[in-house]
Design a protein around this ligand. Structure first.
Ligand code: SF4
Length: 355
């Protein structure tokens, strides 16, 4: 990368004129910035805004988050996905209170020692909240830098990623590193987009190698992702008298710590009703009466496309014996919707609960 200072100047001038007015850009509070960075990973800005506002209203500082029950945190996170982020935030808040006197660390190394804080988040918080000259490299920045440099290599390869971190670090090693990093991310999100980048209004159009070659969309090269595996599952609103059964997933893993209707993935070739009876027997130790189908819901996770068959049924007498879920509750059905739950469960409840 030649003439780093000119690139910086162009990016900063462009950012000051074109930055979107986002709520976390109106604060200098490191805690609020950290929460925004955690939420923005894998999630669109428009989706994050209301979640961030509600989260800050309920947990306005790191002490409040450290004191929170995990269920409360998950409840506010419900629908945002990647729930390990929420669990890690609460754990990290406790660490900040216990070991750092309630002040978020400024340097990247100490930030990275907090649960869930990786290289990107540490760089973002350190530069944006504390003005330290630390780089960031997310998908947007990777694309911008790969195009700027004309890097026709697979940007998921470790050595290519390291090269991009080095280039990002050279750019961040100057004045206003927080703005500079945000300028790169903003440029990738709004101008240097994966398809049809708007090179004519880009501050990097002069030195950009991909633009000069006339094929910016061809960069970055990336391995094709394998298609999401298709999985079938079955779950039921299992009622006993005036109550229905909810189960909580174990704390780690997909949708960890969230509540859902009891059920399971189906084995290859297993029919939904038979699979559901098997799942209820194996996972909560219950036999049930006739199954009434309420419908199906579909949900796309990162690597799997799940089609969930949803039923109503009544539990036969007998105690719940769990094998898999880490807690259960019998609740009036209308209260199920208030439990911390993933979007998949919300969709399933919409099928089985009266509107
Ligand atoms: S000139 Fe075009 S390809 Fe190059 S960084 Fe700007 S928007 Fe991206």
């Amino acid at each position: 990368m030649k003439d780093v200072q000119a690139l910086r100047n162009g990016l900063l001038a462009w950012y000051r004129l074109n930055r979107r007015d986002l709520p976390w850009r109106r604060t200098r509070d490191p805690y609020a910035i950290w929460i925004s960075e955690a939420m923005l990973q894998q999630t669109r800005v428009d989706t994050v805004i209301p979640y961030w506002q509600r989260f800050l209203d309920r947990f306005p500082d790191v002490e409040a988050l450290a004191r929170a029950e995990m269920d409360e945190v998950l409840e506010l996170w419900a629908g945002l996905g990647y729930y390990s982020r929420a669990r890690n935030l609460r754990e990290a808040a406790r660490t900040v209170v216990d070991r750092h006197g309630g002040r978020l660390p400024e340097d990247v190394e100490t930030l990275r020692s907090l649960p869930g804080v990786g290289r990107y988040t540490a760089g973002a918080v350190s530069s944006i909240a504390f003005d330290r000259p630390e780089p960031v490299l997310d998908g947007n920045v990777k694309r911008v830098l790969a195009r700027l440099l004309g890097l026709r290599e697979d940007v998921s390869k470790r050595d290519v990623v390291e090269r991009l971190w080095d280039e990002a670090a050279r750019l961040a090693a100057g004045p206003a590193p927080g703005d500079l990093n945000q300028a790169l991310m903003e440029l990738g999100a709004t101008v240097c987009t994966p398809r049809s980048p708007s090179c004519a209004r880009c501050p990097l159009r002069g030195p950009c190698a991909a633009r000069a070659a006339g094929d910016p969309e061809a960069i970055p090269l990336a391995k094709k992702k394998p298609p999401a595996a298709r999985v079938e599952g079955a779950a039921a609103l299992v009622v006993r008298g005036a109550r229905a059964l909810a189960v909580r997933r174990p704390p780690r893993g997909l949708m960890g710590g969230l509540w859902e209707l009891p059920g399971d993935d189906l084995a290859d070739g297993e029919r939904p009703a038979a699979g559901l009876r098997r799942a209820l027997r194996e996972r909560v130790g219950l036999e049930v009466g006739p199954l009434r189908k309420a419908g199906c819901v579909e949900h796309l996770f990162t690597h799997r496309h799940l089609r969930l068959h949803v039923y109503h049924c009544e539990a036969a007498p007998g105690r719940v014996r769990r094998a898999g879920p880490d807690a259960h509750r019998w609740l009036p059905p209308t209260r199920l919707a208030a439990l911390p739950q993933a979007t998949l469960t919300r969709k399933a409840l919409e099928l089985v609960l009266p509107a």
